[in-house]
Design a protein around this ligand. Structure first.
Ligand code: SF4
Length: 243
């Protein structure tokens, strides 16, 4: 797989990765492996999504080696990568195997590595190991062992969405907009799935978010549209003002 990375990233002698542990509305978790996306140019980011996200994340990590990982688990949001609902844990972890670290993140967030396909793909490419049973983890204090609370707000909201190759920004704005509709008691009144993503370019349908669904009957304009634009449009749609 051919990927564009920032020139400077390709010439680093010793790479220290400092991800924030968070939930992610597309990949469920984001930590050591996905944080490496920060080393690709913005133009490549849309390409990543068009390629399905998981495969390119795994291949990026096969091409760019991280030497040391310091995970910030101080107060990440377990649902939305943009934050807003911090869960205070006040802890930092360190390690050298990003696959093992992300496997551990899955475990304490009540997922398996099967739920986050790029982790096992990276293992197959030789980036690291998912074998937590045979790993050596040192806890400096009891609090460090604590599991994170199980949070599945996003999974419920995702049921209303048909996503094909969506950019993180677009999808990342849609999910909190749906959460706002849920808080208003309107989410349950949606009468159709919401389509989003580059895979809808040139296609027709009923309700779509972003410029990629501009041929749809009802469309939220923008690339990406903001959270408030999506919320306002969908609210009007549900109340019958955009139908
Ligand atoms: S409309 Fe959304 S999914 Fe389409 S290219 Fe723009 S940001 Fe990406």
């Amino acid at each position: 797989m051919k990927l564009n990375v920032c020139e400077r990233a390709a010439n680093i002698d010793f790479l220290i990765n400092v991800p924030v542990l968070k939930g992610h509305c597309q990949t469920k978790i984001t930590c050591a492996l996905k944080n490496m996306k920060g080393l690709i140019p913005n133009t490549e980011k849309r390409h990543f999504h068009a390629m399905g996200l998981h495969e390119p994340i795994a291949h990026l990590n096969a091409g760019l080696h991280q030497d040391f990982v310091v995970v910030d688990n101080i107060c990440g949001d377990l649902d939305f990568e943009d934050g807003g609902n911090p869960v205070v844990m006040n802890r930092i972890w360190a390690g050298t195997d990003p696959v093992l670290i992300d496997s551990y993140v899955c475990q304490i967030m009540h997922y398996t590595t099967k739920d986050v396909p790029y982790i096992e793909l990276a293992e197959k490419l030789g980036v690291g190991s998912t074998d937590l049973k045979n790993s050596h983890i040192v806890y400096c204090e009891e609090n460090a062992r604590k599991e994170l609370p199980k949070s599945r707000k996003v999974v419920e909201l995702q049921d209303a969405v048909e996503e094909v190759e969506s950019c993180s920004a677009c999808y990342g704005y849609l999910i909190p907009a749906l959460e706002m509709l849920k808080n208003d008691g309107l989410f349950e009144k949606l009468d159709t799935k919401i389509c989003i993503g580059q895979g809808y370019r040139g296609k027709t349908g009923k309700l779509g978010v972003g410029a990629c669904t501009c041929k749809f009957e009802h469309n939220v304009k923008g690339c990406p549209p903001t959270e408030n634009q999506i919320y306002d449009f969908l609210k009007q749609y549900i109340l019958g003002e955009n139908k």
